[in-house]
Structure formats: C-alpha cells, structure tokens
Ligand binder design. Structure first.
Ligand SMILES: [Fe+2]
Length: 230
C-alpha cells in the first residue's frame, strides 16, 4: 500500500488470469473520505492478511466499489471482512455474478455519501462492459478500470505478447484496447460519457492495468480517446 496523493492510496495485488490464459496485473485504490475518515475501496484486489492489515491501519471500510462488471472477483471477500460496508456495483453487475449482495448501482451522479469528494460518469455504448469512471477531486485523480490500459511491455510472453501489442494493451502510452474500440457500438453514448471525463481537471491517472501517472492525466486521457472524440 503506497500513498499516491492526498487521501489516496494504491495497492497492487497478485495477477489474475482472464480469457485465453492472459494474466493481468491488478491494482486497487483506497480513498479516505472527508468527514468521518471512512474508506472507499475501488476495484479491490485479493484480500491477503497483509492487505487487510494495511487497510485497517487507514480506517474503516465503508464502501466497496466494483467499477465495471468484470472487476468483481474479490468483492465477496471484502464484503465478508467488512459486513457493515456497502457494495456499489456498475450497471449490469448482479449479485449472482459477484457472489455477494450489491447494495447500490453506480450512476452518473456521485452517491450522496461521497458527493463532494468525487465526480463520476457511466461510460455507455460498449458491448463488453459498462464502466463507471471516477474523479477524486482532492487529488485530481481519474480512476479508470479497463477502458484505458498500459500494461508494461514485457509483461506478456510468446503469442500473448503479440496479441497484447496488436490490441494496444501494451502500447507506449495509456490506450483504449482495440477490443473495447470495436465493442463501442453506440459511439454517441460513449462520446457523451467520455466528453465529461475529458472535462475534469485531471492531474493523476490511475488504471487498474497500467502504471499510474502523477501528472498529465488529462492529456493522457485526451490522447487515449482521440479515436472516439475526433
Ligand atoms: Fe480488468
């Protein structure tokens, strides 16, 4: 667990295996909310004893966020560890898939419990998943899960390295993978969401799969979404 900005911590988890045997690095973010100092946990990683200890040192977990329908693997562990926490899921994520109750569905407005601390946008129009992107105001950080990625070159090997390169998962700048571009069947809906994201005064950029940027977040996002917005 390392502090990445004011009231913002990042924690890398073990790799998870996805479709076709692709192993992906994982990262979660933890934000301390103003007020009582409760924690807001985004895209939780595997809950090891070490991770649990580091989180408990920061404060009580109040919210667990599944920002798209793909990032739910560890929700049940977190919900069991902090039964008083509320689980907020992206549209389309069901309790059956998550294996735990989803207490609220994320929308285009910040939940009243964290209004003032975050802005958020639902990026619609994509057949793979509907992702909710957040802007943490105090640290000027955009949190994006799968829509923008920059996995280190050298992470994948053999034919998977080639596929990852062609898909732009391992491009030399944060990029929207080609599979997500091709899955964008409603470009107008996607543009409406991304347009709001590009309006945020982002400095930092955190991706679930990619090295975080400490500055230049807004420019990096503009570049990543240029194919959609031009
Ligand atoms: Fe992912």
């Amino acid at each position: 667990m390392r502090q990445f900005g004011p009231d913002l911590w990042l924690c890398d988890g073990p790799a998870v295996t996805g479709a076709a045997g692709f192993r992906f690095p994982t990262r979660m973010a933890v934000v301390r909310l103003p007020g009582d100092g409760g924690l807001w946990v985004w895209s939780p990683v595997a809950l090891t004893r070490e991770v649990r200890g580091a989180v408990e040192a920061l404060g009580p977990v109040r919210y667990v966020i599944a920002p798209n329908s793909l990032h739910h693997t560890f929700l049940a562990e977190w919900a069991a560890a902090w039964p008083e926490a509320r689980v907020h899921g992206a549209p389309g994520l069901t309790a059956e898939v998550a294996g735990t109750a989803i207490h609220a569905t994320l929308g285009d407005d910040a939940d009243r419990d964290w209004a003032g601390a975050f802005d958020q946008v639902v990026v619609r129009g994509n057949r793979i998943t509907t992702e909710v992107v957040f802007f943490h105001r105090r640290s000027a950080t955009v949190l994006v899960t799968d829509l923008v990625q920059q996995i280190p070159a050298g992470w994948f090997h053999g034919w998977r390295a080639l596929v990852a390169r062609l898909d732009l998962m391992t491009a030399n700048a944060p990029s929207v993978p080609r599979k997500f571009r091709m899955a964008t069947t409603d470009r107008a809906a996607a543009r409406a969401g991304v347009g709001r994201i590009l309006g945020w005064p982002a400095q930092r950029l955190v991706m679930a799969h990619g090295a975080p940027l400490e500055r230049g977040g807004q420019a990096a996002l503009r570049n990543a979404f240029a194919w959609l917005m031009r």
